[in-house]
Design a protein around this ligand. Structure first.
Ligand code: SF4
Ligand code: ZN
Length: 316
């Protein structure tokens, strides 16, 4: 049995890079220190904020909500609202929604559920079916990602949020980094910065990732130790996503060479630094306003409107 390097009690976690072991109490202290250092390092919040926390009902986002809600008790100028986007995925989102409701009710935090059906007239399941019937070339995760990002920004703004916090952890960030290199998507790499926006558009809500430097196994342990750990359900569309293969391979690399993920993160930060000096070339000029819906967009018409047009589900 391994004992805590600080107090000698049985350890629940070993940091494989430093070799330090932590018991429950000292793991939670280590976790808190690490997140606070990330928040400070990237200047994520000011003393007066309405923080909208994007919550999916999964372990990472429930941990983020729990963490920020507890932190907000010490910052009188903070207000927290949890926002869940219900894409309408049968057998998945209906289950994670229950975990979301359990935790927001236990904490007593304000929340909002915004659904694809309410805003676009169709659930993701229906959108995927229509896309297949029309022979469109997109994968379920493409619709899901575009519509979800669109709604997160729009609804966070409608709620009066000054900042939108997402639960992307170090693993998510480096996986997306590798995916974007494979796809040659440099504009998307810019989105992987720890803080993004308001990107010269008044309708953009600033985004922050407080778990940017936290490993997935650390957020998982935080959720277990705080009785947040939800029922494990996998999205039925996940198998179409290349992310899961990259995830597995990065985990194998980390196992063999501890520190691989941190190295990738440092490489990403360096690339973001270089790319931001060429931002105009990469995102083809300034952020525009979508001619159809009035939301911020990289092109004359935003991706969400383009998808809706191709699917034939435009409302007006
Ligand atoms: Fe959406 Fe794809 Fe994630 Fe499922 S796996 S929730 S479809 S992005
Ligand atoms: Zn639009």
């Amino acid at each position: 049995m391994v004992n805590c390097s600080i107090c000698g009690r049985p350890a629940v976690y070993i940091n494989r890079i430093s070799g330090q072991a932590f018991c429950k109490k000292h793991f939670l202290e280590y976790f808190d220190k690490k997140v606070r250092r990330t928040i400070r390092r990237y200047k994520m919040f000011s003393s007066k904020e309405h923080i909208v926390v994007a919550v999916s009902g999964g372990k990472d986002s429930l941990s983020l909500l729990h963490y920020l809600y507890n932190l907000s008790k010490r910052v009188p100028g903070w207000r927290i609202t949890a926002l869940l986007i219900d894409e309408g995925i049968r057998g998945y989102r209906d289950i994670t929604k229950k975990d979301f409701l359990r935790v927001v009710n236990e904490l007593g935090v304000d929340y909002k559920i915004a659904s694809f059906e309410e805003y676009f007239g169709y659930t993701l399941d229906e959108i995927v079916r229509i896309g297949r019937e029309k022979g469109l070339p997109y994968l379920p995760c493409s619709y899901c990602g575009v519509f979800r990002r669109y709604l997160l920004n729009k609804v966070a703004r409608e709620l009066g949020g000054t900042v939108l916090a997402t639960a992307h952890n170090l693993d998510d960030v480096v996986q997306t980094y590798v995916m974007n290199i494979i796809n040659n998507s440099w504009d998307k790499i810019l989105r992987l910065a720890p803080v993004t926006g308001p990107l010269d558009h008044p309708k953009f809500v600033r985004r922050v990732k407080p778990f940017y430097e936290i490993l997935e196994k650390e957020t998982t342990l935080y959720s277990i130790l705080n009785n947040l750990y939800p029922k494990f359900v996998e999205c039925p569309y996940a198998r179409f996503n290349i992310r899961w293969m990259i995830r597995r391979q990065l985990n194998e690399l980390e196992e063999k060479y501890p520190g691989t993920k941190y190295s990738l993160l440092r490489s990403l930060l360096r690339i973001i630094d270089i790319l931001s000096k060429h931002r105009d070339e990469i995102i083809h000029g300034e952020i525009k306003t979508c001619k159809v819906c009035g939301e911020p967009s990289a092109h004359e018409i935003c991706r969400a409107c383009l998808y809706r047009y191709e699917l034939g589900i435009m409302r007006d």
